[in-house]
Design a binder for this molecule. Structure first.
Ligand code: AR6
Length: 183
């Protein structure tokens, strides 16, 4: 595990399966329709049970889903976390379509939703770097610097942000980005 302190909060990196985390909220890498899918989204719905999808359906009926760069909250069903924050990252289209700002926005909005609920501990996956094809060596520094900026500049209740990275390659990319952020 590797970490950095920012004011009263810490950012930690670990390799693992986010569905197992005991935190106030885990973040899902969702799609705008909140329809479920593969990757971390599939794993969260499988482990959490059908209640989460039912709430997603209600949000879709009420608000038409969630825009790219946005984040919406549901309960967490059978998961140990209390909430799931469904964040929608961008599909990578080469980098010239505002992808970095949309990715930063997905992290920022997730943290905003957590702060509104006065949450202390939140776990993130590496949003957009699986099915959505965002290169992880570009996504990792954007994700970490946006979280750091939020913790430094916005009013919040957060004490721990945990990046739970599924594989070695992703973990290494975040580790390198965290080292650069420190220096
Ligand atoms: N815990 C933590 N990370 C995981 C887990 C897990 N259990 N499973 C996979 N990952 P992806 P995206 C990692 O594809 O790129 C879905 O179909 C994975 O290795 O889950 O944002 C949605 O419905 C990768 O590093 O999300 C959307 O349609 C990271 O999570 C679309 O994919 C993100 O990969 C979203 O694509």
């Amino acid at each position: 595990m590797k970490g950095i302190r920012i004011g009263e909060a810490e950012i930690w990196l670990k390799q693992g399966d986010i569905t197992k985390e005991e935190v106030d909220a885990i973040v899902n890498a969702a799609n705008s329709g909140l329809l479920g899918g593969g990757g971390v989204d599939g794993a969260i719905h499988r482990a959490g049970g059908p209640e989460i999808m039912e709430e997603c359906r209600q949000i879709r009926a009420r608000e038409g889903g969630c825009p790219t760069g946005g984040a919406v909250v549901t309960g967490a069903g059978k998961l140990k976390a209390r909430y799931v924050i469904h964040a929608v990252g961008p599909v990578w289209q080469g980098g010239g379509k505002g992808e970095e700002e949309l990715l930063r926005s997905a992290y920022r909005n997730s943290l905003q939703r957590a702060a509104e609920r006065r949450l202390r501990a939140v776990a993130f996956p590496s949003i957009s770097t699986g099915a959505y094809g965002y290169p992880v060596e570009k996504a990792a520094p954007a994700a970490l610097s946006e979280v750091k900026r939020f913790l430094e500049e916005e009013p919040h209740s957060l004490r721990e942000i945990r990046f739970v990275l599924f594989n070695e390659e992703t973990y290494r990319a975040y580790e390198e980005a965290l080292d650069r952020l420190k220096s």
